[in-house]
Design a protein. Sequence first.
Length: 338
Amino acid sequence: RISQIICPSECSCQSIMSKRMQKSTALLVVFSSAASSSKLRGDIHDTEGTLIADRVERSGKDYTRASGNGWCAGAGARRYGQMICAGAKMMCDEDDACVAYACNHHDLAPVAVLYTSTECTTDCNETAYLSNPQLITKAVHTGDSGWAEATCHVAYGSAGPPWPYSCEGGYMNSSTAIYSAAWQLHGSASNQAECKAMCENNANCAAWKGNASNWSFCYTTELPFARTQSGWPAGYTGAIKCTTRCPFVVSETELGDPAGDSGSPWTLQPATSRKHCEGQCAADPTCVAYKGAKDTGCLLTPNQECTDFTCYLTPAYANTTAAWEADGPNWSGAYKTC
């Protein structure tokens, strides 16, 4: 029932009820009985072109799942509908103006968002990403019920998905929270550029973070800091000042924990491929090695089909003589040479 819809804070249930998509009811009925079919999972690739899930239709658009969970961050013009993910994908396939969709994976009260100018209901004047889908780089949520496990799928077109861990401008966005015991507050910042400048103007600064709702909560930190596998608190984002890149050496044997540590220093990080995992370590001055594999089980989102690369980064490691673990295909790792 429409009354069961749980909306994200950015959307209006009123607009959903008054602007229901024409095909939503039919799609919900048709696809609900086949939701478990692998052919209805959507066409999701990593940026190296690996097919992650089967297509709904071979003639449909190619979609890449954006990192994170929630609705598509930064996307403007959109409309909402009561339908499961497979229905949302079909609607986007049939709409030439549609560049992305997000869905909450609820079988009983499914809600989907189509990012398109067609029959737009929300932020219809914000259309920059319609001609440049690469502006959509991640999914976000604010803890709203029903959207913490939602996913965003983008049809990037011939340009392909953007490199998610680039050092454009000298900084790498961190998709997970950064821990430091010495964050310094800069209450005079009023926007992201001013917050970033606080780090840029300090030669010893290694990372910054800030609250997009109130940039007076802008912080910078010097080394050491630690990346975590926890998401950022609501509203926060942050970036790491990139280090000078150096070559990696692929280890023939397993990279283990350093001797004497009370706990493992390896941190699980979001990644879609081995290339992305290595890229995160290459740009992070605290990372000295990475390891991982394209697993069948998803550690970041248990009990869900995993479309990501299991990626571990570490500030310290030990070489071992043991073979790589056999709990996933093609497990391997590499360490920096400088």
